[in-house]
Design a protein around this ligand. Structure first.
Ligand SMILES: [Zn+2]
Length: 144
């Protein structure tokens, strides 16, 4: 059985986010916690621009540089994963930091997580040490 969109969210409380940031040696400002909560609990594979659009409604004076910087801090603290996809000009920020693949809905462009346990991936590449495999599949989920 694969992942279902929204099933496995790592939605942390503000206190947990604060602790994780402190563990990473980062001061947990209200803005950082708010951005972390948005990306971890509400957004779904957002781009930095999408985070900025959200921030504009909640923190009207937040600059794009602050959004980028905060996302970078959250990635460095291990709360988010930054992924570059060939079909997008921008990277997306993923709250699922475990190894997983992605399904891109061919109609909506919406991205959802796929469980690597549903795949059998083999590679026979002599002289290549594989660090990570990214798979994205274009298609549609059938209603069941
Ligand atoms: Zn994902």
């Amino acid at each position: 059985m694969g992942y279902t969109l929204g099933l496995k969210r790592s939605c942390l409380t503000s206190e947990e986010i604060e602790r994780r940031l402190a563990d990473a040696g980062v001061h947990a400002t209200a803005q950082r916690i708010a951005i972390a909560r948005y990306v971890l609990c509400e957004a779904d594979h957002p781009t930095a621009d999408q985070v900025k659009s959200w921030a504009d409604k909640n923190f009207p004076k937040m600059s794009m540089a602050t959004v980028y910087n905060t996302l970078k801090i959250l990635v460095a603290a291990g709360l988010l994963k930054k992924i570059a996809f060939p079909h997008l000009n921008e990277a997306v920020y993923d709250d699922n930091i475990t190894a997983h693949y992605h399904l891109i809905d061919e109609k909506t462009g919406r991205m959802s997580d796929l469980d690597p346990a549903d795949f059998k991936v083999t590679a026979n590449l002599k002289g290549v040490r594989i660090k990570e495999i990214e798979i994205f599949i274009k298609g549609r989920r059938e209603l069941s």
